[in-house]
Write a protein that binds this ligand. Structure first.
Ligand code: NAD
Length: 280
């Protein structure tokens, strides 16, 4: 298929556009993820807390696609323990693999840093083991701030392959992206469409969309692609699932990119999801 890949810092290649499955109930996930795989997505982003690893795994198996063509991400959740020890992390990882019906994932992420718990260094040590035994082809983090990344760097030689963070034109994370570039961490954007809210209706976005005869969602995803980001839009609507992947047949010019970039410093700019400094 036509989706370009990003080469992670350990040489593993990850599709630049994938499919996110947050808020898709387990009993619908098999069908929705099946639609995404038929449309051409090969990268699927789930998490233990989404409760749909089993449905996702069923879609992967039913697709008949060779395992090496798929890129599966899942994440270690914040609980149930107040803090995570090594054995609990290994058990949670085993549980995710069992639900997915896989013997390895392509990417395993720490879902949130929870700096107030002070346990992500212990978790990361266990992620080193999981990476070393090949049960995750790459390991990374999610929602880590520059200070969290610095703390990891001071304690481990293993640099996260990816940091998956909230990122869209209204919350472009410029500072964090500069830190990633310095450390060799790929930036993955969650809620790349701003959760389909006001972002897609802003005149700055619809003007670029009209100019290209594309949808607002398509020009926002094109902004991600041309910025070298990895994006994982979510939809349960088959036509939108296909539309969101169909962003490789046109290109934004410098004016379009500047118009979308300007949103990041506009009055509308804001975070939509939780703040990792306090989210537990
Ligand atoms: P998103 O930005 O992908 O927006 C999804 C919503 O946008 C849909 O529910 C729909 O309402 C709308 N939409 C989708 N396609 C559209 C189209 N073509 N036209 C108009 N509207 C459209 O938001 P998201 O689901 O929050 O984020 C994507 C994925 O990122 C999640 O499914 C999940 O996998 C991941 N995620 C990770 C974290 C984390 O903490 N690591 C947090 C949130 C989300």
């Amino acid at each position: 298929n036509q989706v370009p890949s990003v080469t992670l810092n350990n040489g593993v290649r990850m599709p630049q556009l994938g499919f996110g499955v947050w808020q898709i109930p387990d009993d619908e996930a098999a069908q929705v993820v099946g639609t995404a795989l038929e449309a051409g997505y090969r990268s699927i982003d789930t998490a233990s807390v989404y409760g749909n690893e089993a449905g996702t795994g069923k879609a992967l198996a039913d697709s008949g696609l060779p395992r090496e063509e798929l890129f599966v991400t899942t994440k270690l959740w914040n609980g149930p323990s107040p803090t995570w020890g090594r054995d609990e992390v290994l058990r949670a990882f085993d549980d995710s693999l069992a639900k997915l019906g896989l013997d390895h994932v392509d990417l395993y992420l720490i879902h949130w840093p929870r700096p107030m718990r002070d346990d992500f260094l212990t978790i990361w040590k266990t992620f080193e083991e999981i990476a070393a035994d090949g049960r995750a082809r790459a390991v990374g983090v999610s929602n880590f701030r520059p200070a969290d990344l610095e703390r990891l760097r001071a304690h481990s030689a293993l640099v996260p392959a990816v940091n998956q963070v909230e990122l869209h034109p209204l919350f472009p994370q410029r500072e964090l992206r500069a830190v990633h570039a310095e450390l060799g961490i790929a930036t993955e954007a969650w809620s790349p469409l701003g959760q389909g809210g006001e972002l897609l209706a802003l005149p700055a976005v619809t003007a670029v969309a009209d100019k290209h005869g594309r949808s607002a969602a398509q020009v926002v995803l094109r902004w991600h692609v041309q910025n070298g980001l990895i994006a994982i839009p979510k939809s349960v609507t088959p036509s939108r699932i296909r539309e969101n992947l169909d962003v490789f047949g046109f290109e934004l010019d410098a004016d379009d990119l500047a118009a979308l970039d300007a949103l990041g410093t506009s009055a509308a700019a804001r975070r939509i999801g939780p703040d990792p400094a306090v989210f537990d």
